[in-house]
Ligand binder design. Structure first.
Ligand SMILES: Nc1ncnc2c1ncn2[C@@H]1O[C@H](COP(=O)(O)OP(=O)(O)O)[C@@H](O)[C@H]1O
Ligand SMILES: [Mg+2]
Length: 395
């Protein structure tokens, strides 16, 4: 599990929230309550590892869209992550990483005026601050060396993080490299394009790929790589497809579409002709996409999917729940949904359940379980959530 705790102030509808996700977490709440904004916070964090903060802010609609109500001047993000469980960084147990993004008055730009990275080593109970940056200086501590940078000599450090600059690929043992790697490989998926003209439906230039891109469009390449090379993955996908579509499913095949081009076809026992991606229903493609992400034998450190139930028949929800619970033993899985039926399918796996509510112009969140969750869900399903004062107070 990567993220243990996340504190956000001033980002979009998240005026002031603290969130503690688990290995498997479902975010549930009505439309417009801020579920996607929580995933966007994780995406923003991930962009700080890639050196893509400026681009991501632009994609989110620019400066005035990202600050709460367009009037708030500071975004503060503080999160606590586990890095001890990852092989390439065996010593520290957890770390905290903080950034502060400031929007000066009358400016259409931003300043990254605070970045701090602290690790905590459980063996010797020692805290070490490895990066400490303010608007004038940055201090970076690596292996006992203490480097000071004056920000006015490197103004780009006001736009992108020091973590993203520290890319010593041969030194993945180092905690700064480890953080950079973990953040930049986080995987977040919003609704994927599957219209009849979407790239996902057409043959792709063959590439050895093992991770599905955020937009899902390289699905066929990833399926081809993993299905051909990993027997467990192949079995998992076949089992899931049979659970969803019955025993008529035979297997996936990848005949070359032309020189260098790979395509996906599904072989059904009752049909002579294998079906191509252009023949498949939207639901089948969405289901294959989810299974590919969840069955990945070597997944990214965190997988978040916005409304995975979109376009799927509820009979598929228990299959998704089962595979997500299995995946959450290898990575952190976060789903957002507005469907109580989808959440219900996870019952026996005991996910961390976070409810989101939009109240007084901001998102409020709370983890609920047991009776409190049952009570909340009853009102939520009936659409009477906002009429109940008691329940409003819960979130
Ligand atoms: N900069 C902002 N300040 C305040 N509220 C915002 C800002 N940007 C978006 N919102 C609000 O966030 C809500 C949308 O949140 P979203 O995460 O998309 O909801 P959902 O739960 O449906 O995924 C809307 O109510 C919108 O008004
Ligand atoms: Mg949403």
């Amino acid at each position: 599990m990567l993220i243990k705790r996340l504190e956000v102030k001033g980002f979009k509808s998240l005026k002031d929230v603290v969130w503690e996700p688990g290995p498997l977490t479902i975010l549930i709440g009505p439309n417009g309550s801020g579920k996607t904004n929580i995933l966007k916070t994780i995406e923003l964090i991930s962009s700080t590892g890639k050196g893509a903060l400026e681009d991501t802010i632009q994609i989110f609609g620019g400066i005035s869209s990202i600050f709460w109500d367009g009037t708030c001047r500071d975004i503060y993000i503080d999160f606590k992550i586990n890095i001890g469980e990852y092989d390439y960084c065996s010593t520290p147990t957890y770390a905290t990483y903080q950034i502060n993004i400031n929007n000066s008055l009358f400016s259409s730009s931003y300043t990254l005026n605070h970045e701090k990275y602290t690790t905590y080593n459980e063996y010797n109970s020692k805290f070490s601050t490895l990066i400490n940056k303010n608007s004038t200086t940055a201090t970076i501590i690596t292996e006992g060396t203490n480097k000071q940078i004056e920000i006015n000599k490197q103004p780009s450090l006001n736009k992108e993080t020091i973590v993203s600059r520290y890319r010593d690929r041969f030194d993945t043992d180092h905690e700064i490299s480890a953080l950079q790697y973990l953040l930049s490989t986080i995987s977040i998926h919003y609704t994927i394009q599957i219209t009849s003209s979407a790239k996902i439906r057409f043959p792709l230039i063959t590439r050895h790929e093992t991770n599905v891109h955020s937009d899902g469009q390289n699905l066929v390449n990833v399926l081809h790589t993993l299905y051909s090379e990993n027997r467990d993955f192949e079995n998992d996908i076949n089992t899931a497809m049979r659970a969803a579509f019955g025993d008529d499913f035979d297997r996936l095949v990848f005949p070359p579409a032309a020189d260098q081009l790979v395509q996906l076809r599904i072989r059904w026992k009752s049909l002579k002709r294998e079906q191509s991606m252009l023949d498949l229903s939207d639901g089948t493609i969405r289901f294959l996409f989810l299974m590919t992400v969840l069955c990945n034998p070597d997944p990214p450190p965190l997988i978040a999917i916005d409304e995975p139930e979109t376009g799927l028949h509820p009979s598929m929800f228990p299959i998704i729940a089962e595979y997500a619970a299995e995946a959450s033993k290898r990575t952190q899985v976060i789903f957002s949904t507005h469907s109580p039926q989808f959440l219900d399918a996870f019952g026996e796996y005991n996910p961390t359940t976070t409810v989101t509510v939009w109240k007084d112009g901001e998102t409020k969140i709370k983890n609920l379980d047991g009776d409190a969750l049952k009570q909340w869900l009853e009102h939520y399903s009936l659409g009477t959530l906002f009429l109940s004062g008691d329940l409003e107070a819960l979130a």
